[in-house]
Design a protein around this ligand. Structure first.
Ligand code: PEP
Ligand code: MN
Length: 296
């Protein structure tokens, strides 16, 4: 008999033993804590905030973002040099900074001592990012690229694995298992919205699956991050969804910010300006306080 015990209805208790021996939670206090120079992700008391532009556009932009984060006593900067853009046609508005973008990240990491989370899409770049990247992001579109997952795991760097927008929790955890199976224990998962075709696709590009946050926290010992920016594609909703994710038990939030969102090169609709960002942070800290947590 199939026992549909968990949300997603495709993970049974038997599966937890046979399919997910490495990512399943062995007891209620079992938790992976990823320690990045003393900053603990997944620790009971912390909510980590990854913030930055969608794309690492220039030295100027990355300097501005780093200063804004430091002013607010935050240290983790997100931003992509390699962008899985949906169409291959690059224009002056839509392009990737690639190796140049890695230089921008290296610069702010050195100058402002911030920590960097960025997406890498191809194995050939993995040996070039030793001193540049603190957390490697595996994007939604690469979630089931198993040889790539294995290569990333072998770097022994902390990893954030994003759930593909069409993947079940079973698919996501199968991918997580590939990484853990290589001996890399510094893994966190990220919910970034799923496709919900017949519900509200006209107003929100994806549906942020808050249920998945709760379910993953119950099923696995891995930290769970929520990315409301990519889920809703609507800057006005990012704050509420960040707060909801935190209340649901997320260990962290990833959001997109930019000094001038209208002129952001990629995904400007979901991006917060600094004023909106500070407002979000203020509310996030209030929720964190009620949960007895700190925003780091
Ligand atoms: C991103 O974080 O910039 C990104 C491309 O996300 P996703 O892979 O979730 O679409
Ligand atoms: Mn993006």
């Amino acid at each position: 008999m199939i026992e549909n015990k968990f949300p997603g209805k495709d993970i049974t208790s038997e599966d937890l033993k046979t399919k997910f021996p490495l990512c399943n939670k062995k007891n209620k206090n079992h938790k992976t804590v990823i320690n990045i120079d003393g900053l603990k992700i997944g620790a009971n008391k912390n909510i980590v905030l990854f913030a930055g532009p969608n794309m690492v556009e220039s030295y100027k932009l990355m300097t501005s973002v780093s200063k804004e984060l430091l002013k607010n006593k935050l240290i983790f900067v997100r931003g992509g040099a390699f962008k899985p853009l949906t169409f291959p046609y690059r224009s002056k508005h839509y392009y990737e900074t690639r190796e140049k973008g890695l230089e921008f990240l290296a610069y702010i990491r050195k100058k402002y001592k911030c920590k960097i989370i960025t997406e890498i899409m191809e194995s050939k770049y993995l040996d070039k990012i030793g001193d540049i990247v603190d957390i490697i992001q595996i994007g939604a579109r690469n979630m089931q690229n198993y040889p790539f997952l294995i290569d990333v795991a072998k770097t022994n760097k902390p990893i954030m694995l994003k759930r593909h927008f069409g993947a079940s929790l079973r698919d996501l955890l199968g991918a997580a298992e590939y990484i853990l199976n290589e001996g890399n224990k510094n893994l966190m998962l990220c919910e970034r919205g799923i496709v919900a075709p017949h519900t509200h696709s006209a107003v929100s590009r994806y549906l942020l699956d808050i249920t998945a946050i709760v379910a993953l926290k119950e099923i696995t010992h891995l930290p769970v991050i929520s990315d409301p920016s990519h889920a809703c594609f609507n800057s006005r909703w990012v704050k509420s969804l960040s707060l909801a994710s935190t209340a649901a038990g997320a260990d962290g939030i990833m959001i997109e910010i930019h000094p001038d969102p209208k002129n952001a090169k990629v995904d400007n609709l979901q991006t917060l300006n600094y004023k909106q960002f500070r407002d979000l942070l203020k509310s996030l800290k209030k929720i964190a306080k009620t949960l007895n947590k700190n925003v780091i």
